[in-house]
Design a protein around this ligand. Structure first.
Ligand SMILES: Cc1ncc(COP(=O)(O)O)c(C=O)c1O
Length: 123
């Protein structure tokens, strides 16, 4: 439905209705489009470290980065390997956060039988 993952991320960021003052947690290791989509809304990307085994964001670091201004988490499934999506979805549920999956590198890759990028949303 979009011509690129960059466009999809920018559309997703708009749909999150982000605005200046909002914080969005993103992984420190990703393609620049992940963070740029957040910056274009005026919100602040908050970078968290990744795990050596998945190269995706570390759920423990996500938890540490949460503040009252956190609105969303943009996760990245790196090189076809799922990040800690279940733990991050649980955190998002507990803190009422939106989750956007950047699955640009997840084509034809699956987590528990579900295509990366299609993990059910919490809203
Ligand atoms: C993790 C990640 N997100 C977003 C993009 C952007 O995708 P596109 O080149 O389709 O805009 C890429 C491209 O390599 C990527 O690796």
């Amino acid at each position: 439905m979009t011509p690129s993952c960059t466009a999809a991320l920018e559309l997703a960021a708009l749909l999150c209705d982000l605005s200046p003052g909002d914080e969005v947690i993103v992984p420190s290791y990703t393609f620049v489009s992940t963070a740029n989509a957040v910056v274009k809304t005026g919100a602040k990307p908050v970078f968290v470290d990744i795990r050596p085994d998945t190269l995706g964001m570390d759920a423990d670091r996500v938890e540490e980065a949460l503040t009252p201004r956190t609105r969303a988490v943009f996760v990245v499934h790196c090189a076809g390997v799922a990040c800690q999506i279940e733990r991050i979805m649980a955190l998002a549920g507990d803190h009422n956060l939106l989750v956007v999956e950047d699955a640009a590198q997840g084509v034809n890759a699956f987590y528990r039988g579900r295509a990366l990028g299609s993990i059910p949303t919490n809203r």
